[in-house]
Design a protein around this ligand. Structure first.
Ligand code: XIL
Length: 348
């Protein structure tokens, strides 16, 4: 009798311990580990500051993500503070950290409308500007050859009507700047994936249509373009339809391009609901987008634009509403938010 009771107690004890262990495993399971099962890059943008001064930020990145995008430090305005002067220090350190921690690395971005002050205000001929851009693209791509999985070569070149934006490069080099940039990048690294990256291409619009047809004809004439990056800076005030995203991704895929989610964030503001409802909506939207990406064979990269709410770029660009934005997957204590848990559910 006594022995039976002892046996039952031991079995119950083991069951409880097993249950606790199981719950602990579930709680600690990361999207990073699930992403590896799906051959998915689950990335975050990283910035030199806080990178250089906040160990908690570094732990969060290496524990929770398996890919990073260099948020600013490879942009021309930071890398080339003066003509002919390259400052690789910050990018080098970040790339070294990522390599040591087995994080895949995305370079961002070689050609953008924002150019260094000295260039914009300098007195350069169009030929000099073309050769400066060529030198910058080739020097940068060459330096990190073999270390990055992808480069956002050209960023935000089209306007909402689908015309080429009137930017510095168009004015000085003409529309060929796009094709040239991809060709120069390919000459410098034959293996890295080369992307065109932009916002508002996650819904079908004149811009999406024009971009896709422009890039398709460049690619068909031999310009090395591997894929299209969808930035996706979203906000709960706008409706979102996963089927529409699915359709756009299919169109891009059918045109023969890879399609990566490159800068996802979802701001909470602009709705009268209470904070918990908003967080739940944010979570559902993050999860829906992950669901669409997992279903599309051309989508193997899901990158959020910042590791946690205190580091979001929105805090700097939209200060007035920053405190209500909280657009990312980890909160101000670097704890997982409902959005993180919902993504995990979808991935299981
Ligand atoms: C933003 C960075 O996040 C900010 O830190 C910086 O001050 C400005 O640029 N689309 C892009 C990114 O392609 O390069 C931008 O990054 C955000 C919008």
């Amino acid at each position: 009798m006594k022995q039976n009771r002892l046996l039952i107690s031991v079995i119950l004890g083991l069951l409880v311990a097993g249950g606790v262990w199981w719950m602990f495993q579930q709680e600690n399971e990361t999207i990073r580990s699930l992403a590896e099962d799906h051959s998915l890059l689950f990335g975050t943008a990283i910035r030199y500051q806080p990178f250089s001064e906040d160990p908690e930020y570094l732990s969060l990145i290496k524990n929770e993500y398996n890919a990073v995008t260099i948020e600013n430090e490879l942009k021309m305005e930071i890398m080339m503070p003066e003509e002919g002067v390259y400052d690789f220090k910050q990018a080098d350190e970040m790339i070294q950290f990522a390599t040591e921690n087995e994080l895949s690395i995305r370079g961002h971005t070689l050609v953008w409308e924002r150019v260094p002050w000295w260039l914009e205000n300098g007195n350069y001929s169009n030929e000099e500007i073309t050769s400066l851009l060529k030198q910058y693209v080739q020097t940068t791509v060459e330096r990190y050859k073999g270390k990055l999985y992808a480069w956002d070569v050209v960023n935000e070149a089209f306007d909402a009507d689908g015309n080429l934006k009137d930017n510095f490069w168009l004015r000085h080099i003409g529309p060929d700047y796009i094709a040239l940039a991809f060709q120069w990048a390919r000459e410098a690294d034959p293996d890295v994936l080369l992307f065109y990256n932009d916002y508002e291409n996650d819904v079908w619009s004149p811009k999406t249509e024009a971009t896709l047809s422009y890039l398709t004809s460049l690619r068909d004439s031999g310009v090395p373009i591997d894929g299209i990056g969808l930035q996706m800076h979203l906000d709960l005030a706008n409706d979102f339809d996963p089927e529409e995203l699915q359709d756009v991704m299919n169109m891009i895929g059918q045109a023969g391009f890879l399609v990566h989610i490159t800068e996802l964030d979802i701001k909470l503001q602009h709705s009268g609901e209470d904070i918990e409802t908003k967080k739940k909506k944010q979570a559902d939207r993050y999860a829906d987008i992950m669901g669409v990406c997992l279903e599309n064979v051309k989508c193997d990269t899901y990158t959020v634009w910042g590791a946690a709410d205190p580091y979001s770029w929105i805090r700097f660009t939209d200060e007035a509403s920053a405190d209500q934005a909280d657009p990312l997957l980890f909160d101000h204590e670097l704890k997982r938010k409902p959005a993180y848990h919902m993504i995990k559910e979808v991935m299981k």
